[in-house]
Design a protein. Structure first.
Lengths: 173, 499
């Protein structure tokens, strides 16, 4: 991270590490509680034929909760330290510019399948973030996808997801 | 010399044209994976694993392990030329590698790094050749309590030897175990932790976790740093290589020391990354040129690279001999064994001689091939990194998605991969270690099985883990490792009070 002399608004931490630490520890606590609850429901003790299904996960859940409480205590006792923060606004923005299109991409895969979604995703990403001319981006997107098609579908005979709408069904794969 | 004849048999297995081609393909793919940000040894192997489902297991493991060697080599290229560690274990290589490149001595640094990687791997493979059969023979005596004690030892050493918060290591590990428990209980047939979602019945596959945590998580992290790749160019020719080789014997002591550190950290689940840092630190302290470290000292490249490769290679020893992987990549290879229908564990050495010795022989040949490939093709691999991030990033995400899909042919797994990606990003930033999570996810079911079987033998008494000298010894060692941070902190406090 490059700290300028006068930190711009974008350089300030958007989230403190401490906050994030607490949030993650709480999530882990909840997960631990879920594991303990479900293991208890399945039976966490000794049945007629030996240990029941929840016997082992029950203790895993307990340890998960303990580790979370440990982290919480450590974080709270450490106090508010002037650290560089979990991520600055600028960083968060950059991460989201990758994450959000990636999520949209997965959503598209769900409907139109891996091939069409990938070609579109690579092309759009290049135009949008790389500022490439659209014809170049489209060529690379389609080129990569076609080579993937040959590698998986034709050579290794591993079928990839065609999407619920299956727009490429006319190709016969 | 039973091992030697077995080894020659292994060479005979490897030296078929089909296997040699796969070996070269593996090495080249591995170096590319090692060079690219977001693709590393563990998730690279995980993504390519589905392509090997139809291959004979021996050929499959040869190709996948060669990808691993390639990735180990590849990490050094980006560290030295671009000051960007392509892999976590090559961070220490940037300290002296990049300054050397800035001085125009990139060729020298690369040659030294590749050669010492090779030396580290070679020492580790020789160690595996002779030690692994012994360990496996010894482990044939193990029953369920002993196996559980070894699992305990593995996981306790993560907590005891980890650098960060012990609670975070524990949390990451237990999360792995909890995820492993999701789905059908293979003993009673009951459904666990699925809360009515039938899609969860299959459970979480660790390959998906590896691709998400390491692949997507890494892409998010490198995006955050706003990477711009501006690298030094390397002039590599026979003259530079030979001249560097002439200098290397001078540092034999560093090589020996680093190899030993690497082997130790690889067998215990420390892994290649801490091994490289530790070896760099030790070399800095012991070397007469220690004060020049960080300014471009050849020894500062040799030490971490030797150790990283020795550790990466010897991580396969516990995987082969005991069925317990020493690193995330070894864990992925272990997952491969299960998929190809092989039962990991000490019996592998008895029942699958072709497979085991073919793999060990391919380690020798793979590293020689790797050394030749990287020494001759550096400019080509460096050119890959000059491809702008806005082209590479979406392509890597697409490859990760395809990798996640092909594991089970399930669309839902791509969503899980994205979820693991976000988790990986957050965990990395908050210093939660990822390796314990992956290892727990891989070993979860087997650890639980051996725990249950032990409990059945003893009718529910944990005293079985102390019942004889063997299991008692392993368990005690595990407990010592577990409480070691507390002990050392206590000692430090006492010492502080005394002064």
């Amino acid at each position: 991270m490059s700290q300028q002399d006068q930190p711009a608004a974008d350089q300030r931490p958007a989230i403190a590490t401490r906050t994030m630490d607490i949030v993650v520890a709480l999530v882990i606590l909840v997960l631990g509680a879920i594991v303990v609850y479900d293991s208890h429901r399945l039976g966490s003790s000794w049945g007629d034929d030996g240990p029941q299904s929840g016997y082992f996960p029950f203790y895993i859940g307990i340890l998960l909760c303990l580790s979370s409480v440990g982290t919480l205590i450590q974080t709270l006792r450490a106090g508010v330290a002037p650290d560089e923060g979990f991520a600055t606004r600028e960083q968060l923005k950059l991460v989201l510019t990758v994450l959000v299109p990636a999520l949209v991409y997965v959503l598209c895969v769900q409907y139109v399948g891996i091939y069409l979604a990938s070609a579109a995703y690579i092309a759009v990403f290049m135009v949008w973030l790389g500022k490439y001319p659209w014809w170049k981006s489209l060529a690379i997107g389609i080129g990569v996808t076609v080579s993937l098609f040959f590698m998986f579908e034709v050579w290794f005979k591993v079928p990839l997801f065609k999407g619920t709408l299956d727009p490429l069904s006319f190709l016969g794969y | 010399m039973l091992e030697l004849s077995a080894l020659f048999h292994g060479f005979a297995v490897v030296l078929s044209p089909y296997n040699l081609v796969l070996m070269m393909v593996g090495i080249v793919l591995g170096v590319i994976i090692g060079v690219l940000p977001g693709l590393g040894g563990a998730n690279g192997v995980a993504i390519l694993l589905p392509l090997t489902f139809t291959m004979p297991p021996t050929s499959a493991i040869i190709m996948l392990s060669c990808i691993y060697w390639g990735a180990l080599f590849g990490g050094a290229i980006t560290s030295i030329l671009f000051n960007i560690p392509g892999e976590p274990w090559s961070v220490a290589t940037t300290f002296d590698g990049y300054p050397l490149a800035q001085q125009g001595r990139a060729g020298e640094a690369l040659t030294a790094s590749f050669t010492s990687s090779f030396v580290g791997a070679l020492v580790a493979v020789i160690m595996i050749t002779f030690l692994a059969p012994l360990v496996a023979g010894f482990a044939l005596k193990f029953g369920p309590p002993e196996f559980f004690a070894v699992y305990l030892l593995t996981f306790c050493s993560f907590i005891g030897m980890g650098k960060g918060s012990a609670f975070k290591t524990l949390a990451s590990m237990m999360l792995g175990f909890a995820l492993a428990a999701v789905g059908m209980d293979n003993v009673t047939g009951k459904l666990r932790l699925i809360f009515g979602f039938t899609d969860l019945m299959r459970g979480f596959d660790f390959l998906i976790a590896v691709i998400g945590l390491f692949g997507i998580g890494e892409i998010l992290l490198s995006m955050e740093e706003g990477l711009s790749f501006t690298g030094k160019s390397a002039k590599m020719n026979m003259k530079v290589v030979l001249e560097t080789w002439k200098k290397l014997p001078r540092y034999w002591m560093t090589s020996v020391r680093s190899s030993l550190i690497g082997i130790w950290m690889g067998i215990t689940p420390g892994g290649a990354t801490p091994a490289s840092f530790m070896s760099y630190g030790v070399a800095k302290r012991m070397s007469p040129n220690g004060k020049n470290f960080g300014k471009g000292e050849l020894e500062g490249v040799i030490a971490p690279e030797t150790a990283a490769h020795a550790a990466g290679t010897s991580a396969l020893l516990p995987m082969l001999a005991l069925g317990i992987p020493g690193s995330p990549t070894a864990a992925v290879l272990l997952g491969g064994l299960l998929i190809w229908g092989l039962q990991p564990g000490p019996l592998l050495f008895v029942e699958q001689k072709d497979f085991v010795w073919g793999l060990i022989a391919s380690m020798y040949l793979g590293n020689i091939a790797g050394l030749i490939v990287v020494l001759t093709c550096v400019p080509f691999f460096a050119a890959i990194l000059r491809v702008p991030f806005s082209i590479i990033a979406p392509i890597i995400i697409v490859i990760c998605a395809i990798g996640a899909y092909t594991v089970h042919g399930a669309m839902l797994d791509i969503w899980f991969m994205m979820m693991f990606g976000v988790v990986g990003y957050a965990f990395k930033k908050l210093d939660y270690p990822l390796a314990p999570l992956v290892l727990a996810l891989v070993l979860g079911d087997r650890a639980e099985d051996s725990f249950r079987q032990s409990m059945l033998i003893s009718q529910g008494s944990p005293a079985i883990f102390m019942s004889n000298w063997l299991v008692g010894g392993i368990t005690s060692l595990a407990i010592v490792l577990l409480v070691w941070p507390l002990v050392s902190r206590g000692l430090a406090m006492l010492r502080a009070r005394a002064t």
